[in-house]
Design a protein around this ligand. Structure first.
Ligand code: UD1
Ligand code: CA
Length: 450
């Protein structure tokens, strides 16, 4: 059976109180729309249509970054969820198979839920996703008779008996494409908000003698984000799920609730994550590494046995080989640090390669930016960079070379050479004593005068 996904993402999200379209607000650093797209991807859809409206251009761009063959349908006016699905008709005119409708603001659907919806289609014309609500007050109720979904009643229209039902409407559904568009044609907007409601297709289908059922999932999966408070809750739900998965995979976290993960964070087993570590997008940490407290990592790769932090910052393109050591108040950007190399204290290494077993002294800086362009620093193996060395890029330090403390390196250093570039030291015997005596006498004269 071919599947097409229709993901509704046109709404403004008024309650977000934001200039950014609602579905682009991130959960674990990834737009919630992309979470919805990834959830739907488990069905291996033949086509994916994103219905955009508010901030259409930005939403289309985010969708394309995730899936470059996703199609965009524009809903010029937001006249309701049924009207939104109708906008996908053109994009799906040659499609034969099932449409699964997802909401861009409902990011947490689990693969098995979608699979159960599609499976239930084999003996039903229309499948609705319901959920067991802890507090069902505001949701529409699913009125079931055995396996058959008879209708969805809004709370305000429900009888006492119907109000006792806890199986509620998520709004998501699966249906044959032709059938769904024909049902949607029959949806009217004669209701309190004057909108075309997608859930109305249930009653229309029943009236046509079609078979309708509901599949149930737990409430966490249908969690819809409508406000910043919902967004914070959704992020927290994501974080606790992701941490639990990592703990299961054999990652040690000393204080899991203080570790902030991105949706794509990968961490190998026997790695130790100390408290208060933040993972931005695109981080892979292999097994047996240690990420010490208060470090911030994004777009980087940390190999087996490496130690990072405390208080380290790994920026995009930081590539640490096995047993590399990045210490406190060190920033690494777009740089390879080879096996066993150490950058332990107060340094900036950017646009550089550092060879194996090289030691970078405290306070070293790769001066990679001349105010207009970025330049590369190449440091060989077993090099010793003295403390407070300024490496003015582009510059190359050969294998086994050394730089004296405080050196400003502006020319390449050949292998095994020592580079010294600082003023010569001159010790003047007895001068300190004389200077102190002179200054003390001056202070005594001033104190007397005052
Ligand atoms: C909807 C359902 C409700 C369900 C709830 C679950 C309808 C009428 N109601 O209500 O039964 O319990 O979700 O979360 O379907 N959208 C468009 N175009 C529109 C309107 C909405 O693309 O014209 C998109 C929104 O961007 C959003 C999704 O559809 O991603 C849901 O719309 P929203 O307004 O949030 O619906 P709810 O009021 O939450
Ligand atoms: Ca909603």
């Amino acid at each position: 059976m071919s599947i097409a996904l229709v993901i509704l993402a046109a709404g403004k999200g008024t309650r977000m109180n934001s200039d950014i379209p609602k579905v682009l607000h991130p959960i674990a650093q990834v737009p919630m729309l992309v979470h919805a797209m990834r959830a739907g991807a488990v069905l291996s859809p033949e086509q994916t249509v994103i219905v955009t409206g508010h901030g259409a251009e930005a939403v289309a761009k985010a969708a394309a970054a995730e899936d470059d063959i996703a199609q965009i349908a524009v809903q010029e006016e937001q006249l309701g969820t049924a009207h939104a699905v109708a906008q996908a008709r053109d994009a799906l005119k040659d499609f034969e198979g099932d449409i699964v409708v997802l909401y861009g603001d409902t990011p947490f659907l689990q693969p098995d839920t979608l699979e159960r919806m599609v499976a239930a289609r084999s003996d039903n014309d229309l499948v609705i996703l319901g959920f067991q609500a802890a507090d069902p007050a505001r949701y529409g109720r699913l009125v079931m008779k055995g396996e058959t979904l008879e209708r969805i009643v809004e709370f305000k229209d429900a009888s006492e008996e119907e109000r006792a039902i806890t199986l509620c409407n998520s709004g998501l559904l699966a249906c044959d494409a032709k059938t769904l568009f024909s049902l949607i044609d029959a949806v009217g907007n004669d209701n309190a908000s004057g909108e075309y409601y997608l859930p109305d297709v249930v009653e229309i289908a029943s009236n046509r003698g079609l078979k309708v059922t509901a599949v149930a999932c737990d409430e966490a999966q249908t969690l819809g984000v409508n406000s910043r408070a919902d967004l914070a809750v959704a992020d927290a739900v994501f974080q606790s799920r992701a941490r639990a998965e990592l703990l299961d995979l054999g990652v040690t976290m000393m204080a899991p609730e203080t570790v902030y993960l991105a949706a794509d964070t990968v961490i190998g087993r026997d790695t130790v994550i100390e408290p208060n570590v933040v993972f931005g997008p695109g981080v892979t940490v292999e097994s047996g590494a240690t990420i010490r407290a208060f470090s911030h990592l994004e777009g980087c790769h940390v190999s087996r046995g490496a130690v990072v932090g405390p208080y380290a910052r790994l920026r995009p393109g930081a590539e640490l080989a096995e047993n590399a050591r990045i210490g406190n108040f060190v920033e690494i950007k777009n740089a390879e640090i080879a096996e066993g190399a150490k950058v332990n204290h107060l340094s900036y290494i950017g646009d550089a390669t550092v060879g194996a077993a090289t030691n970078i002294g405290a306070g070293t800086i790769t001066c990679n930016y001349d105010g207009v362009m970025k330049h590369q620093t190449t440091i060989g193996e077993k090099v010793f960079i003295g403390s407070n060395t300024m490496l003015v890029a582009p510059v190359t330090i050969g294998d086994g070379a050394m730089t004296a403390t405080g050196t400003v390196v502006t020319r390449d250093v050949e292998p095994d050479a020592l580079a010294v570039a600082r003023a010569k030291q001159d010790n003047k015997p007895g001068y300190a004593r004389k200077l102190f005596d002179m200054l003390k006498a001056k202070k005594a004269r001033r104190d007397k005068g005052a």
